[in-house]
Design a protein. Structure first.
Length: 120
């Protein structure tokens, strides 16, 4: 189950289709403690990316095989913090990316949600 999801959440952490792995949105929740990463958008982005990495690896893929990313931020002012963390996970040949600002995410404390499409 993806971090932050409830036991009855009606979705899969990832679905393989047509040679691709489509991941559900990952948030900055530590899967062991079930707590939202303490701190700012950078801390939540880092945790969300670790969650993405774990789901990709469980699905037989990796960050190096990511082709598309969507990032949802609750505050436009967090773009630079998110971007600096994102750059560390994709240091060369980054995937295509869309970043949008949304009013809110599932939990009020969540600042970032990230979903990806990767080659399977």
């Amino acid at each position: 189950m993806p971090p932050g999801a409830s036991a009855d959440a009606p979705y899969s952490p990832a679905v393989r289709a047509g040679g691709f792995l489509f991941l559900a949105g990952a948030v900055g929740v530590n899967p062991r403690t079930k707590e939202i990463a303490a701190g700012d958008a950078a801390a939540q982005t880092r945790q969300a990316m670790e969650n993405v990495k774990d789901v990709l690896e469980a699905g037989g893929s990796s960050l190096e095989r990511v082709v598309k990313v969507q990032v949802f931020l609750t505050q436009a002012g967090d773009f630079q913090d998110m971007n600096s963390v994102f750059r560390a996970y994709f240091p060369s040949e980054p995937p295509a990316r869309t970043t949008v600002v949304v009013k809110e995410l599932v939990a009020k404390e969540m600042l970032v949600e990230i979903d990806v499409v990767a080659l399977a």
